[in-house]
Design a binder for this molecule. Structure first.
Ligand code: CTP
Length: 476
């Protein structure tokens, strides 16, 4: 087949086509071939009906959407920190895309980055010299690492290598890139890029969780082929257009301090109590500390939070709308009334069963032998919301409290309940999680399993909220 030329396509269509192509790691021409092949086979393209539909239905006189979509990045001063990985070659494209949108770019390169792309080519594309040395008299006099860190509106680290992430997480400052990252008070976005084994290594996961807890926003990494022959997995750097898009969307949701501004979040917390008679009940052990911490962290991130809580001995977190319930059925109906929401996090320890016939009076001893309680299963609140056709939140997150085979059971739960993420934790007697202040989470998603270090429940909550903010940006 010869080459393709498509003319008279509006800017908005072009932009969406670029995004779709970037997501698939294809050129725009290859992407159009795929769209045409899908159309020929009578299929709706799997991930791009908007692009295909736009090509067919929109005219070139439609108002171009680009100016609006990119308003957030226009006139921004962006500092790009390039780490030393093979993905550094994509940084040139990233600089071009950012400049296209009117951003002023300064670039800092690590020593390792210079092995992949030269400061000369980076400087040429960026329209100014690339900064490389911490103790370079000329540039320290001229600009200096403190001014580089402060005279910008945001910082993007791309590629963020395992080494650079480790330095950031530990506050090292032995070169220009790490010193700038330590000295800055601006929002920092990282686009991790590394071999999947390096990404999955507990050390990287620890550093990553710490960075998220510090408010760093991550973009990617994506699943895909690695530069090393035959290697593939999670670790590919997000495509330059994805990075630009994510930064823009996050900025339009008002930036680093309130990344969940304008979002509605429902959180369930605590146990439920299922009455046996007026004085007795069935319940799970749950302090509500984790669920309440998530509600608090989401409010701090700017979300409108509805906390549906069973009975707990905790103060109500400030700024949340709290609905107090006793039973699983009450909890379900409170959650349904709180919908719609962007995100629902189910941290409650819901009693799986209730008593079929609740005694109207206190059941007395010494009657006709030991009472036999007939149980019926309670509704599964998480599964009900996750499987709902209407008003399903964009992100439905459950917990899995397990005492053995934690990840294995959590994977089954993810599939069975139809949610997007499961935060699995070991609640066996020796773990100290139940009622304690720390938690160790395995985040199970369809992309795989990420193990977070043992953290306080507040840190787990902040890490989760940062992940939610980034995921919403990617899903919007
Ligand atoms: N959950 C729920 N409604 C229920 C039971 C559980 O919303 N009736 C939610 C919990 O809030 C949690 C997730 O489902 O987010 C998993 O809860 P868990 O107690 O770990 O699992 P169960 O569904 O009870 O399954 P199992 O008893 O096999 O552990």
């Amino acid at each position: 087949m010869g080459s393709l030329t498509v003319r008279n396509v509006g800017n908005d269509v072009k932009q969406r086509l670029r995004m779709r192509a970037a997501r698939h790691g294809r050129s725009m021409e290859e992407e159009i071939r795929h769209i045409l092949a899908d159309a020929d086979a009578g299929q709706t393209p799997a991930t791009g009906p908007a692009v295909a539909g736009s090509i067919q239905t929109r005219s070139t006189r439609d108002p171009p959407g680009v100016a609006d979509e990119h308003r957030a990045i226009l006139s921004m001063r962006i500092l790009l920190v390039i780490g030393g990985g093979i993905a550094a070659y994509k940084s040139l494209e990233l600089i071009r895309r950012l400049r296209e949108r009117g951003a002023a770019i300064r670039v800092v390169m690590t020593k390792a980055a210079q092995a992949f792309v030269t400061p000369l080519s980076v400087g040429t594309v960026a329209g100014g010299r690339a900064f490389t040395e911490l103790f370079d008299t000329a540039s320290e006099f001229d600009v200096g690492h403190i001014r580089l860190a402060r005279d910008c509106d945001l910082i993007i680290v791309a590629p963020a290598t395992a080494d650079l992430m480790a330095k950031m997480a530990h506050g090292l400052a032995d070169d220009l890139a790490s010193a700038v990252l330590l000295a800055t008070d601006k929002p920092v976005f990282i686009a991790p890029a590394m071999n999947p084994h390096m990404w999955a290594h507990p050390a990287t996961m620890r550093n990553f969780a710490r960075l998220l807890g510090d408010g760093v926003v991550k973009i990617g990494p994506n699943l895909g082929e690695m530069a090393e022959a035959g290697e593939s997995g999670l670790g590919r750097m997000a495509e330059p257009l994805e990075i630009v898009d994510a930064v823009e969307r996050l900025l339009s949701h008002s930036g680093k301090d309130r990344p969940l501004a304008g979002r509605r979040i429902i959180v369930t917390s605590g146990p439920t109590r299922e009455p046996i008679d007026p004085v007795r009940y069935i319940a799970n052990r749950s302090s509500g500390k984790q669920g309440h911490a998530i509600a608090r962290a989401a409010v701090e991130a700017g979300a409108h939070v509805t906390l549906v809580s069973g009975p707990v001995a905790l103060p109500d977190p400030a700024g949340v709308t709290i609905i107090k319930v006793e039973t699983a059925r009450d909890m379900l109906s409170a959650v349904e009334q709180a919908l719609p929401a962007d995100v629902a996090v189910f941290a409650a320890a819901v009693a799986d069963w209730r008593v079929a016939e609740v005694g109207a009076q206190k059941i007395k001893k010494g009657g006709s032998g030991t009472p036999q309680l007939a149980l019926v299963e309670n509704p599964d609140i998480l599964a009900t919301v996750a499987h709902a056709r209407a008003r399903r939140p964009k992100l439905v997150i459950g917990f899995a409290a397990e005492t053995e085979k934690v990840v294995e059971h959590a994977k089954l739960k993810l599939a069975r309940k139809g949610c997007d993420w499961i935060l699995a934790n070991d609640v066996s007697a020796g773990s100290g999680v139940m009622g304690g202040d720390n938690n160790r989470i395995h985040l199970v998603t369809e992309d795989g399993v990420e193990t977070w270090p043992s953290q306080s429940k507040g840190e787990v909550a902040r890490t989760l909220v940062a992940r939610i903010a980034a995921a919403l940006v990617q899903r919007t």
